[in-house]
Structures are given as structure tokens and as C-alpha cells.
Ligand binder design. Structure first.
Ligand SMILES: NC(=O)c1ccc[n+]([C@@H]2O[C@H](COP(=O)([O-])OP(=O)(O)OC[C@H]3O[C@@H](n4cnc5c(N)ncnc54)[C@H](O)[C@@H]3O)[C@@H](O)[C@H]2O)c1
Ligand SMILES: [Fe+2]
Length: 393
């Protein structure tokens, strides 16, 4: 069978930003958010380009978990400016805003809701896309995916199209060195979840497998080090690489149950994406690996577990140990392991539960989960997740 593996050109390491000296064009439109803009990072990007006699504009209207209306505002601003490069400087929300606005800039006739992986968009007739991540987590700089929120329902929906793979990803540790502790932990958990889910998705392939294994090993080694010393450029660079590798993996094989659960938590309770999928991850491993009929899935978790030194004879037992190791990592770095620990009140959880179940069932990542699941099981997993009870069904 023929299969594809999409990745951008990737430049990484200290001074990776200098790659901007090489790109060809005249007009750059920089998409960012107010927090990142205030850190002076966009100014650095701008000055490299304007020193080369480019015209550059900064748009800082992106917000966490962007809505369709945010994307439309960005697209209008790009159209008004007339860019030949769009440069995203920010976390996953900024990068997704830039990617989706790029689609609307090139193809104003497209409805983001209706975008499919099979559409021939003809992107790059007007502009190319470069991404400079300021968080080490989403890997969006390497994926063909966008995650946007519906304005009316608040539901986050993910959509993919191969043409959305950025042209260039610049992984410069100086762009993440200022990321605070909590966001470092949460975004790192997103990278870990991509590494694990990219490896067990039913669309997994040899290229995504290789990327996942290395990403997993690197997250376990470098995420705690990033948190021990937030200013350490080496661990920041390693986490940027790990997140990008994990993005290459799941971007080409897709995410699974933890992302369906996590997207819906973000939609309904407005929890951070990485915190949410990270919290869900061990519960989904415990669900997916249960019983003789799921032994093939458990074997895949065993291969992942081996990368962090966990071995054993029975795949299910090793998978459960793997889930425990992920919980231990979360204890070390401070990612909540239950809704309760995340400070979600029982009444808010109960009020949002049915919405979360409905949204999780609609989430595209669910299709790629290796074990089938119905809405009753999703509801039950969420209930176990409230107190942090280990899954036993
Ligand atoms: N398209 C994809 O492939 C993909 C993959 C995973 C996640 N996502 C999406 O990405 C979004 C999450 O992105 P995220 O986790 O990177 O966070 P984010 O982009 O939503 O940013 C979270 C907060 O961190 C701040 N921030 C970002 N960089 C900073 C820095 N260097 N210093 C200080 N503050 C900084 C932002 O201003 C914001 O307030 C979600 O919407 C998620 O669904 C997309
Ligand atoms: Fe994610």
C-alpha cells in the first residue's frame, strides 16, 4: 500500500532564527498573541527581515484555543497587507491561527468546518508558512493539522490536510526559554501524549513509529530537566526537538482517545490542552490494554515502555506499569492527574459531563483509537478521571 509522510524543512538549535536570513520574499505577516508579542520575540523576527529590506507587519490578535472568528480576523489582516510569507511566532494556538488564516487568505471560498484531508487547496499560490514555536509541546509547526473552536458551540474541532504542513519550522531554544513552569509542564505533556498516541493510532507507520520512540525517550529525560532549570537552553532545545518529533509522528498517524477526551475537556471546561490530554493519557492506556482481545495494543505500549526501561513478560502488566510511570512523571512535573486535582468543582464537572461525552464521540481522533469505545465507556472513563481512579474495565 502507498502511504505518505509529510514534514516541513526543520532548522534547530541555538541561532536557528538566523535561517530567516536565507528565505526569499518581500512581505512577511507575523501572527502572534499579546503575551508573546510583549516578550520581544516578534521584534527579533521583524528586525532580521526589515534589515533585509522586507516589509513586515505584526498581528497579535491570536488567543488560546482560537475560534473561527479569530481566524477570519487574521485572514482579513493578511489580505489587507498582502503577504508572501506568513510567520507564526507563538504556541499551538498562534500556529493554528496562522495555518487556518493562511487557508482563508489563499482560498476565501473555503469553509474551515468543511475542510477535508482530500481537498486540493492549491496553497502557496500567494504565500508560504514558517512557524517559530514558543512552547515545546503541540508540534503544530510540523503537522498538517489545525484545531479550531466553533464560535457558537465552543466545540474544538481538528481537521487535517497535507497542504497545511508548514514550509519551515524554526526551533530556537531562545524562543521557549521564558516559558513559565506550569506551561512548560503542560505543553511537555502534550508532546508526550503525541508520542504515545502516534505510536498506537491505527494509522501508525514505520516513520511515525521511529519519531514516537525517540520523542518519548527525550521527553522522559529532558522535561524534568527543563523544569529544574527553566533557563537551561540545552533542555529547552531538546524539548523543542522532542515536541517536533512527536508532532511528526502523530501528524502522520493521528492522535487517539486521550485527544478526544482532552479536546472535549478544553471545549467544555476550558482547561489547557496539554494538561488535559496528559491527564487523560494513563487512563486511556489502562483502557486500551485490557484483556486478551487487546493484547496486540498492549504489545505496542510494551515497545514504548522499553524505551524508558520498563520490561516484563505480560504485555498488559507492562502497559499498566507504563501508565504508572507516566503518572509518576506528572507528579514530578506538576501536571494534575484528576479533575479534582485540577481544581474542577464536582458541580461544574457534572454540569459539563454530557457535553464532554457528546463532543468526545464527535472528535475525529476517536476514529484512530485502536480499541473501540462507546459513549457509556467514555462517560465512565471521565467519572474515573474525576477522582483519579485507575481504569479497571
Ligand atoms: N495543530 C496541531 O497539530 C496541534 C497539536 C496539538 C495542540 N494543538 C492546539 O494548540 C493549542 C495549545 O497550544 P499551546 O499548548 O502551545 O498553548 P497556547 O498557544 O494556547 O498558549 C498558552 C499560553 O501560553 C502563552 N505563551 C506561549 N508561549 C509563551 C512563552 N514563550 N512565554 C510565556 N508565555 C507563553 C500564550 O500567550 C498563552 O497565554 C490548543 O488549541 C491545541 O488544541 C494543535
Ligand atoms: Fe495535543
Amino acid at each position: 500500500m502507498v502511504w505518505w509522510f509529510y514534514v516541513p524543512n526543520i532548522v534547530f538549535g541555538e541561532d536557528a532564527l538566523d535561517e530567516l536570513e536565507q528565505i526569499k520574499g518581500k512581505k512577511a505577516f507575523i501572527v502572534t498573541d499579546k503575551v508573546v508579542n510583549s516578550l520581544g520575540l516578534t521584534e527579533r523576527v521583524c528586525s532580521i527581515l526589515t534589515n533585509r529590506q522586507w516589509e513586515a507587519a505584526i498581528w497579535d490578535g491570536a488567543v488560546p484555543d482560537p475560534k473561527v472568528s479569530t481566524v477570519k480576523a487574521a485572514a482579513e489582516a493578511i489580505k489587507h497587507f498582502g503577504a508572501d510569507w506568513i510567520i507564526a511566532v507563538g504556541g499551538g494556538s498562534v500556529i493554528d491561527t496562522a495555518k487556518a488564516a493562511w487557508v482563508l487568505y489563499e482560498r476565501p471560498d473555503i469553509e474551515l468546518h468543511a475542510l477535508t484531508p482530500f481537498d486540493e487547496l492549491g496553497l502557496r499560490a500567494k504565500a508560504k508558512l514558517a512557524c517559530i514555536p514558543t512552547t515545546a509541546g503541540t508540534g503544530s509547526e510540523a503537522t498538517k493539522a489545525i484545531v479550531i473552536r466553533d464560535d457558537e458551540t465552543g466545540r474544538k474541532f481538528a481537521t487535517i490536510n497535507p497542504e497545511l504542513t508548514p514550509d519551515l519550522a524554526i526551533l530556537d531554544p531562545e524562543f521557549v526559554v521564558g516559558l513559565p513552569k506550569e506551561l512548560t509542564a503542560y505543553t511537555g505533556m502534550d508532546a508526550l501524549t503525541h508520542a504515545v498516541e502516534g505510536y498506537i493510532s491505527i494509522w501508525k507507520n514505520d516513520f511515525s513509529d521511529g519519531s514516537s520512540l525517540q520523542a518519548l525517550k527525550m521527553v522522559f529525560e529532558w522535561l524534568p530537566k527543563s523544569l529544574d532549570d527553566l533557563s537551561d537552553l540545552e533542555s529547552r532545545e531538546k524539548m523543542l526537538v522532542a515536541a517536533c518529533l512527536a508532532g511528526m509522528s502523530f501528524g502522520n498517524s493521528q492522535a487517539a482517545l486521550a485527544h478526544s477526551l482532552g479536546h472535549s475537556m478544553g471545549s467544555v471546561l476550558r482547561t489547557h490542552h496539554g494538561m488535559s490530554v496528559g491527564m487523560a493519557l494513563p487512563f486511556t492506556i489502562e483502557f486500551n490494554c485490557r484483556g486478551k482481545e487487546n493484547e496486540e495494543i498492549a504489545k505496542q505500549y510494551t515497545e514504548l515502555a522499553r524505551m524508558i526501561g520498563i520490561a516484563g513478560k505480560k504485555p498488559e502488566t507492562v502497559s499498566l506499569k507504563f501508565a504508572t510511570a507516566i503518572r509518576e512523571l506528572m507528579t514530578k512535573i506538576g501536571n494534575p492527574q484528576s479533575f479534582k486535582e485540577a481544581g474542577i468543582k464536582k458541580k461544574d464537572f457534572n454540569a459539563g459531563l454530557e457535553n464532554m461525552v457528546e463532543f468526545a464521540m464527535m472528535d475525529t481522533s476517536l476514529t484512530m483509537n485502536p480499541r473501540n469505545i462507546d459513549s457509556d465507556e467514555i462517560r465512565k472513563i471521565y467519572k474515573y478521571m474525576y477522582d483519579g481512579t485507575v481504569i479497571d474495565f
